[in-house]
Every structure is written in C-alpha cells, then in structure tokens.
Design a protein around this ligand. Structure first.
Ligand SMILES: C[S@@+](CC[C@H](N)C(=O)[O-])C[C@H]1O[C@@H](n2cnc3c(N)ncnc32)[C@H](O)[C@@H]1O
Length: 328
C-alpha cells in the first residue's frame, strides 16, 4: 500500500454528543452542532440527572497517522472493515505481500492502543485473483496471533445480496474476526440475546420440572449473524460502496464495551461504527482518507444528534418474501 500517496492533510472534527438531545428534552436550550466550531468544541448537558456526554471524533487522516497520535491502551473496542485490495474506488490495488505488510502495520498500532480488556473485530471477505479466492481472515490470522491476541469467534456475517458469480458459487458471507488482548476481556451476553425459538418451553422432568428451560432474556445469538448488507433499499444507504449496517456494530458495541468506553474504527468510511457507539452512550472515534466519506459521517452524526438519522432497528426480522408483507 503506498501510504505516502494516501496521506492527506489532517481535518479534525470533535463534538460531544448529548443523549438527552435524542429524547428531545425541553429542559435545556442546546446549541446545535452547526453553532459549534469544528475543532475541540464541546457541549455537555444533563441526562437522566447525571452529568454525562459522549464524544464523536472524525478525522480525515491516514489511519497510521491517526493511530500514532492516540495514547496506548485507550480503546475498549476497535471494529473495522479494511479495504480488501480488490480495486474498489477508495483503494490502490497492490501485491498481496504489500497489502499484508500494510495491514500488519495498522494492526500493530491497533494492538498498542487497545485496552487490556479490549477487543478487535476485523471484518473481512475475500481477496480475489483471476477467479481464485484467498480468504483474508486466514491470511491475517498469523498477524493477529503473532501480536499475542486470542481469537474468540470467527463470526459469519450472512447477507442476501451481492454479485452473481458464473464460475463459482455466489459469495454471501464475510467474517468478523473477534480478537481479545487477554483472557480477562469485557463481555456482556444479555444485551445481545435474541428471542428463543420456544420461549415458553419448560423442563418436563427432573428437579427443575416445570421451570423455564431457556433464559427468559432470550438465547445466545450464535456465531452466524444475519443482517441485510447496505444496498439501495436499505434506510442507511449513502454513496459509500460498502458501509457497515449500524445494527451489526451495535451488537459488538453492546457486548464488548461498557458505557463511556472508547470505540475506534480506523477505516471508518461513512461512520457506522461511530454512530453505533454514540447510540449506546460510548465515545466514537474514526478516520478515513476520503474527505467525502468523512463529511457524510459528520452529517450522519449531526442527524443522529438531532434525532433525524434513520437506522435499521436491531432485532428487525430480515425481509422474507414468503411471508405477508415480507414478515415485517
Ligand atoms: C471497507 S470500507 C469501510 C467502510 C465502513 N465500514 C463504513 O461503514 O462506511 C474501507 C474504508 O477504508 C478507507 N481507507 C482506505 N485506506 C485508508 C487508510 N490508509 N487510512 C484510513 N482510511 C482508509 C476507505 O476510504 C474506505 O472508506
């Protein structure tokens, strides 16, 4: 990766996001984000009787430069989807060795800034070469492991839409590789439980006869996740060719961080990771080399702040053409 060519001037933007704004509290006369100067300005308001606010930091910057400015062990969650070196508009295709060396440099910095109880979620698909597919997670595995991280799950993200292949099966999944820095990592299952198949099922014999056999909060969502990818009919669609659905990042934020923790996306694109963090009262940080993406990310943060951002709700069933109204 030719980082020299990709490094462009810094363009900082920092706002503090107050959650009471989204509840449209009549108690406070809040300044709008437009009234704030773009750098280092902040506001903080009361929320549920407590003094709290969360910040969004979005910089147009090469991620190595951004990461080198960050203190060690700051981020509880680093969640990202890097370029796959397949010639998308935002990437210069390089040799596989150069690509992996570039990834190693970024991952090294991510490990440095990762909190001791923190997680890295690296979401990748395949690198393709003349019809041959090379799964990036298997190529990146030795890099993460070489930095001492431990793989906790290789989550399969299954989605419905993509290219139709003629000489092989059409690809309909990518993986989210969840690595932790240590064995004592932040992890909450309850906020991400999903409805059980048979919620009222009870033990029919034994000492617990008659008691509910499953967890009343729902079941573990497993390591196969079904979220629609962001295509034209998705409410979050922007000009970005491959943005994260916010609901996907929300699940990672809720399970791997606590309120007020810092969440980073070093390839933030149009800001889904920052929005997912803010939605759940975490601080969101992100950088991208494309000015237009960062501008859109900032607009989306402003829309979130004013309550105007449309996101696909967590838990909404995937459209099923076999059901009336698609099952919605
Ligand atoms: C797969 S996309 C990620 C999209 C993002 N998950 C979203 O929801 O919008 C990869 C992004 O990495 C950005 N990028 C590529 N090289 C970069 C670099 N060296 N530093 C920062 N961002 C970079 C691209 O501009 C692109 O937006």
């Amino acid at each position: 990766m030719n980082r020299q060519a990709e490094t462009i001037e810094t363009n900082e933007f920092e706002v503090k996001v107050d959650h009471s704004a989204n509840r449209q509290s009549p108690l406070f006369d809040m300044p709008t984000l437009e009234q704030l100067k773009p750098q280092q300005e902040s506001f903080q308001l009361l929320d549920d009787g407590e003094r709290r606010s969360n910040i969004a930091v979005l910089e147009r910057k090469d991620n190595l430069d951004f990461l080198r400015d960050q203190p060690g062990e700051k981020f509880k969650l680093i969640v990202t989807s890097p370029p796959y070196n397949i010639g998308k508009s935002y990437e210069a295709r390089s040799s596989l060795d150069e690509y992996l060396a570039g990834q190693e440099a970024v991952i090294r910095e991510c490990v440095r800034v990762l909190h001791p109880q923190g997680s890295i979620c690296w979401q990748v698909g395949n690198y393709t070469d003349k019809g041959e597919i090379l799964p990036l997670d298997s190529l990146l595995f030795p890099i993460f492991r070489g930095f001492g991280l431990k793989l906790r799950n290789r989550i399969v993200w299954h989605f419905g839409h993509g290219l139709h292949c003629s000489k092989r099966l059409s690809g309909r999944y990518e993986t989210i590789n969840w690595w932790t820095k240590g064995d004592d990592y932040t992890w909450h299952l309850d906020p991400i439980r999903v409805p059980s198949k048979y919620p009222g099922k009870r033990h029919f014999k034994g000492p617990r006869k008659g008691e509910l056999s499953g967890n009343p909060l729902g079941k573990n969502p497993s390591d196969v996740w079904e979220f629609p990818n962001v295509k034209n009919n998705h409410p979050e669609k922007t000009i970005h060719p491959c943005q994260f659905p916010v609901e996907l990042v929300e699940r990672l934020v809720l399970s791997m961080t606590d309120e007020d923790d810092d969440v980073l996306d070093p390839y933030v694109g149009v800001g889904a990771s920052v929005i997912a963090a803010l939605k759940h009262k975490r601080n969101g940080y992100g950088c991208d080399i494309v000015e237009e993406y960062i501008s859109i990310a900032r607009e989306r943060v402003k829309d979130f702040q004013s309550g105007d951002l449309k996101t696909r709700p967590m838990g909404k069933p995937v459209y099923n053409p076999a059901l009336p109204n698609g099952g919605h």
